[in-house]
Design a protein. Structure first.
Length: 132
């Protein structure tokens, strides 16, 4: 299980088995949030304090081991208002990653940027329209 905590004095990404069975490991090294696992569980992604998407290769057998985090790319994600102590229900992930860890979808528009919202059209049951 990956989660964030400020137990070290700043927001960091941690991993521990679920259900808890002893060990706990700090994954991020300079602040981090929004941890997401690759589909096979062999890599963990997170957003660093300066808005970079980071990747950490992990191994779970015979024991847990995490490699040094590496930068994948810079984003415009602003890491703030993480909800610690203020209600995790307001916590919003600003990115999604495909199961293979090769593609990312980033929410790059910030609420305070002043940018106008663009409409989006969602078409349901579109295959039924092909029959006409």
């Amino acid at each position: 299980m990956a989660y964030i905590s400020n137990e070290s004095g700043r927001i960091e990404v941690f991993v521990q088995p679920f259900p808890a069975s002893g060990g706990k490991w700090q994954i991020s090294t300079g602040g981090g949030s929004q941890p997401r696992w690759r589909g096979d569980g062999k890599e963990l992604f997170y957003v660093s304090a300066d808005g970079k998407i980071m990747a950490v290769e992990v191994r779970t057998t015979p024991q847990f081991e995490a490699r040094i985090p590496r930068t994948l790319f810079q984003t415009s994600i602003v890491v703030s208002g993480l909800g610690l102590g203020g209600g995790q229900s307001n916590y919003i992930f600003r990115y999604a990653v495909t199961a293979d860890g090769k593609r990312f979808l980033i929410n790059s528009v910030q609420a305070d940027s002043g940018a106008a919202s663009q409409p989006i059209t969602v078409v349901l049951n579109w295959t039924a329209g092909l029959k006409h």
